[in-house]
Design a protein. Structure first.
Length: 161
């Protein structure tokens, strides 16, 4: 996947260089043209499903942006309103069956979201310790983490169908 993506970007840069002008539109057109070329190359050589993987990753990015905006609005509301409405909690979140790369990606996604922070990882028990700013309902917080984990694994790490 990463090799195909880098080839896609490289061919788009070559396209822009051959045109002799650098604009976003020219790069986007070059990216789309090289995307088709790389997809055909991958299908002919059996190098994987580049199009399906790129679509799946784009879906995850869209999902993550939505939860990122919601979390930012929730934290911003907390800041501009008087009083304290948050209920902080440390959650133990087991990550059995996930590879180190998947655990790292999950922990990073959790930490990037305002109101949550991956505080620690216990390698022996394969458990993430997560600080949640709004953790009054433990089951709801775990359900949100499960949804994030499932989407991350399905759309980023699993092979597309």
């Amino acid at each position: 996947m990463i090799t195909s993506f880098m080839l896609n970007v490289f061919l788009a840069v070559v396209y822009v260089a051959l045109l002799g002008r650098v604009t976003f539109l020219d790069f986007a057109i070059g990216f789309l043209i090289s995307f088709v070329v790389v997809t055909i190359i991958n299908r002919v050589t059996g190098g994987g499903k580049y199009f399906g993987r790129l679509v799946a990753i784009t879906k995850f990015v869209g999902y993550f942006v939505v939860i990122l905006v919601k979390a930012n609005l929730q934290v911003a509301w907390e800041v501009i309103t008087p009083g304290f409405n948050f209920t902080p909690r440390i959650l133990r979140y087991p990550v059995h069956g996930l590879t180190d790369a998947e655990v790292t990606a999950l922990a990073s996604a959790i930490t990037l979201t305002p109101g949550t922070l991956s505080a620690d990882f216990d390698e022996h028990t394969r458990t993430l310790y997560i600080h949640c700013m709004y953790g009054q309902d433990r089951d709801a917080a775990l359900a949100e983490l499960d949804a994030l984990r499932d989407r991350l694994i399905e759309e980023v790490f699993d092979d597309p169908a």
